[in-house]
Design a protein around this ligand. Structure first.
Ligand SMILES: Nc1ncnc2c1ncn2[C@@H]1O[C@H](COP(=O)(O)OP(=O)(O)OP(=O)(O)O)[C@@H](O)[C@H]1O
Length: 259
């Protein structure tokens, strides 16, 4: 078993007194990529937000452990260096250029009011190039297409160089070649020991991860290896057997059932 990088321990959450996460325990290893999947409204984004500390404390039960220490005991800047976040539908940085957005990923490495270092600039360049967003570095985020903008936001998340990377629907708006690039980037991160946890609706991509956490109605109903037939059965069941998992050229794929 790899070292646990981040763990949700008995997490519960409510919105307006309505429970949306029920006693979720899930542990994610260093150097592993885990995909979180499940039907709409299953609580996938809510769990990711809990892992990231984005829930108000009064709406949350249980504990998140980051690299062996409770999340709320981490000093803010150290935590921002250890944990990176790629969220959905972010618009707060729309007026900034792509370069400046990616540079925001370096903020946890900078001291108050200091200019970015040569290393910060080198990392930002490398991340924008890795996501093929370097060509529009001078353009404001607001002017970019959905997929272009997603690649800049991914570059920002990569620029943090965090040991744990949480990504909510990272493939949103990405065309197939850039989805493949994203998987290759994730594989590189994992090879360097990073823990990657991603919420994905693209089940065939999700099946390329090391592990899969399946959620339903606010609960974690299965957590296992992506190559395990028990995981495939759980995946088919959670989607009411309207998909089937099949192997093609050594990869597991999820296909819609039309019969
Ligand atoms: N701020 C909120 N106010 C009210 N209800 C919320 C709020 N956030 C989440 N919920 C509810 O909590 C449940 C889980 O939502 P969540 O976004 O975590 O699901 P999800 O699995 O990520 O869904 P999807 O696949 O549709 O993105 C849903 O029923 C949703 O309506």
């Amino acid at each position: 078993m790899p070292k646990i990088a981040i763990a949700a321990e008995n997490i519960g959450a409510q919105v307006h007194h309505k429970p949306i996460l029920h006693d979720v325990t899930a542990r994610f290893g260093a150097g592993r990529w885990t995909s979180i999947v499940g039907p709409n409204g299953a609580g996938k984004s809510s769990l990711l937000k809990a892992l990231c500390g984005l829930w108000p404390a009064q709406a949350l039960q249980g504990e998140v452990q980051l690299l062996g220490k409770p999340l709320q005991r981490w000093p803010r800047q150290e935590r921002a260096r250890a944990l990176s976040w790629l969220g959905q539908n972010e618009t707060a940085t729309d007026e900034l250029t792509s370069y400046d957005v990616a540079m925001l990923g370096r903020l946890p490495h900078q001291t108050w009011l200091a200019s970015p270092s040569d290393e910060d600039h080198a990392v930002v360049r490398q991340c924008l190039q890795a996501t093929q967003a370097w060509d529009w570095r001078h353009r404001p985020l607001a002017e970019l297409s959905g997929g272009e903008r997603q690649r800049v936001l991914l570059a920002r998340a990569l620029a943090v160089q965090a040991r744990v990377a949480l990504m909510d629907e990272p493939l949103a708006n990405l065309d197939p070649p850039h989805q493949t690039d994203w998987m290759l980037i994730v594989r590189q991160l994992v090879a360097q020991g990073t823990c990657v946890v991603s919420v994905l609706h693209e089940l065939s991509v999700a099946l390329q991860a090391d592990d899969m956490l399946i959620m339903q109605a606010g609960r974690a109903v299965h957590h296992g290896a992506c190559g395990d037939p028990v995981t495939h059965a759980a995946l088919e069941a959670v989607f009411e057997h309207r998909i089937r998992v099949r192997e093609l050229d050594g990869h597991w794929l999820a296909m819609p059932r039309l019969d």
